[in-house]
Design a protein around this ligand. Structure first.
Ligand code: 6PG
Length: 236
């Protein structure tokens, strides 16, 4: 497990931006699944400003690792957040943006999105293979929209499934653990003291770590990199 630790959340976002820039230079096309959350917001803002001119945006195809089942105009939408901070500010072809249609019926959309991913991506052992999947981790140890009460979605053999936020009941379309663990590179972006307890349990395989979906992320044929700030490591 590759841990890259930075002083602040902004430095953590920059650390990932540098990683993405390097990966982007090595390939003609990068299929990337994005995440919602606070650290990705810092990343998207950085990419749209300081890094805008360093990328050939036509090489990047953006998907979402999870999306709330809301319209793309909703303040809850991960697509809206990404579009506001990044996509609307860079020269990226519309056809490179593969959003989850959050306005659709969740189960039907999970099926549709899975088909789009399977059609567009190469596969390994019959499972679509992303080049990079960005993940956050909630304070409950959830990742993407795989929550502890639905931890069976980690081993679910489908490409996508419908997850449920346990607090709000909000439905989300999420990649399953089978798809996430088939990626060439999975990058956690985790910052803040609120994550330190779960990070400690996961890194040291102690406490209730097996109850946390994030602890079951381990690419079978790929890299696992944690981009973190020092605050998220205070318990380790
Ligand atoms: C979402 C995200 C979610 C997020 C975690 C961490 O749709 O909300 O995909 O999984 O990554 O909740 O969020 P923070 O980085 O803001 O703590």
């Amino acid at each position: 497990m590759d841990k890259r630790v930075f002083d602040t959340p902004s430095d953590t976002a920059r650390g990932f931006a540098e990683y993405l820039l390097k990966q982007h230079k090595q390939k003609e096309k990068l299929n990337i699944a994005l995440s919602g959350g606070s650290t990705p917001k810092l990343l998207f803002n950085l990419l749209a400003t300081e890094y805008q001119d360093q990328f050939d945006w036509s090489k990047l195809h953006f998907y979402w690792g999870d999306e709330r089942c809301v319209p793309p105009t909703s303040t809850e939408s991960n697509y809206k957040m990404t579009n506001d901070l990044l996509l609307s500010k860079v020269e990226i072809p519309e056809s490179n943006i593969h959003r989850v249609l959050g306005e659709n019926d969740p189960e039907q959309e999970a099926d549709r999105y899975a088909k789009e991913i399977a059609e567009q991506l190469p596969s390994l052992k019959g499972i679509p293979r992303f080049d990079i999947i960005i993940l956050g981790m909630g304070e409950d140890g959830h990742t993407a929209s795989i929550f502890p009460h639905e931890i069976e979605l980690i081993k679910d053999s489908r490409v996508c499934a419908v997850g449920t936020n346990p607090d709000s009941g909000q439905k989300r379309v999420t990649l399953t653990g089978s798809t996430i663990n088939n990626a060439a590179s999975v990058c956690f972006l985790v910052t803040g003291k609120g994550k330190a307890e779960k990070v400690d349990e996961i890194f040291n395989t102690k406490g209730l770590y097996l109850d946390y979906p994030a602890s079951h992320i381990s690419p079978t044929h790929g890299d696992l990199i944690w981009f973190m700030d020092v605050d998220s490591l205070t318990n380790v």
